[in-house]
Design a protein around this ligand. Sequence first.
Ligand SMILES: [Fe+2]
Length: 158
Amino acid sequence: MSIETTNISARTHPTVAQAMYQCVAETTVTTMMAQNFHWNVTGMAFGPLHALFQDIYEDHFQAQDELAERIRSIGHTVDGRLTAMIDISKVVEDPEGFRKNDKEMITALAEAQKTLAATLAGASDIAAANGDKLTEDLCVERGRAHEKFAWLLESHVS
Ligand SMILES: [Fe+2]
C-alpha cells in the first residue's frame, strides 16, 4: 500500500516567499539587537545576560540563513541588503538601544521575540494556505524558538 503524498510544486506562490522574507528581515534586525546588547550590557547580571544575548544572536544568525535558503529552495530570490530588511521589519532599531540598562534591554529583546513569533505564526498560516507544508513546518519551529527566548528573557525581570 502506498502512502498518500502531498503535491509540492517546485515554485511556491510569491506570497509565501514574501512572508518568509518578512521573517528573514525581522530575524536579521533582532540578531543585531541581541549582539548590540551582548556588547553593552552592564550590571550584577552581566555574566548570564552577556551569555544569553550571545545564545540569541548565534541562534538568529543561523536561523536567518535557514529561512533565506528556504526562500531560495522554493524558487525565489532574497534581497540581502540591510536597508531593505530594516525598511520592512516590524522589529524596529532603537537609536538609543545600546544605552539601555539591563532591564530595558531584556524588555526590548523580549518584545522583539514576541513580534518574531507572531510574524512566523502568520507566515506559517500563509504557507499552509498555499499548500506549502514544509515551509509551514520551518515557520512553526522558528516561532516556537522565539517564544522560548521570550520566556527565558522575561524570567529575569518577572
Ligand atoms: Fe562576544
